[in-house]
Design a protein around this ligand. Structure first.
Ligand code: F6R
Length: 240
């Protein structure tokens, strides 16, 4: 595990540099992407690099971590909408190569097919992650099994509360379930990059990376990943 500590902006720049290198070395690479507040600054940096001609997404394939059950891509709080508006519509990516789990009309079998698609695309070269206050990665909540692929989950109350800020502060509007890549899917990525920002993440970052590896803290499994980088600001890393 490699840990990088700097300001939020510098963390985003360093993370963007990882992408610049990867996309220049391997223009056909497969990216695993995340949503939420954490990657917003990184996506800004990637858009700027693309506009400056320093990287191109032209031949890149992407798979997002998760999507809320019941929201289709035109819903402003869906993760497809987030990705289109924060990255895909702003860079030179071929949108037909971008994948976000479908939130509507999906059976468990269809959800599991996401893992087959990732495999057929060659596997994820670089998986981006944030971390939930309860230690979730993707939407793998505490006690979810480590050996699951893409599946449907019930969101923990803590996650619903944390995410209501995107739904006019109204908990009732937050979907209660999501489709998420499983921990197994995430661990199969060749490289994993986690970004963590802010004081609110300090306790869970300590638990996840300096405590036992346990399904109670899903992110702790990343201690076992052979190529894992944690990039965090002073506040998020203040307890380690
Ligand atoms: C998002 C995702 C989640 C978030 C996590 C942190 O695709 O999979 O695990 O990374 O909930 O969210 P923020 O960044 O909003 O604090």
């Amino acid at each position: 595990m490699k840990i990088i500590r700097d300001t939020q902006r510098n963390c985003a720049r360093m993370a963007a540099e990882e992408y610049r290198k990867l996309l220049n070395e391997n223009p056909h690479c497969v990216l695993g992407l995340a949503t939420g507040s954490t990657p917003e600054m990184l996506y800004e940096e990637l858009v700027a690099l693309c506009k400056a001609g320093k990287l191109s997404f032209k031949d890149v394939t992407t798979y997002n971590l998760d999507e809320y059950v019941g929201l289709d891509g035109s819903h402003p709080q869906s993760y497809r909408y987030f990705m289109d508006s924060h990255l895909f519509n702003l860079v030179d990516i071929d949108k037909t190569r971008t994948h976000v789990p479908c939130g509507i009309g999906v059976t468990d079998e269809m959800a599991a097919h996401y893992d087959d698609e990732i495999k057929q695309a060659g596997g994820v070269d670089l998986q981006l992650l944030g971390i939930g206050h309860d230690g979730h990665i993707g939407f793998n909540e505490p006690h979810d099994a480590f050996d699951l692929g893409t599946h449907c989950v019930d969101l923990a109350q803590e996650t619903i509360e944390a995410n209501k800020r995107f739904f006019d502060g109204n908990e009732d509007l937050v979907p209660k379930q999501a489709y998420t890549m499983g921990i197994k899917t995430i661990m199969q990525a060749r490289k994993v990059l986690m970004v963590a920002n802010g004081k609110g993440k300090a306790d869970i970052v300590k638990k996840a990376f300096f405590g036992p590896v346990t399904p109670e803290v899903p992110a702790s499994i990343l201690q076992m990943h052979p190529d894992f980088i944690l990039v965090g600001d002073e506040e998020a890393l203040s307890e380690i």
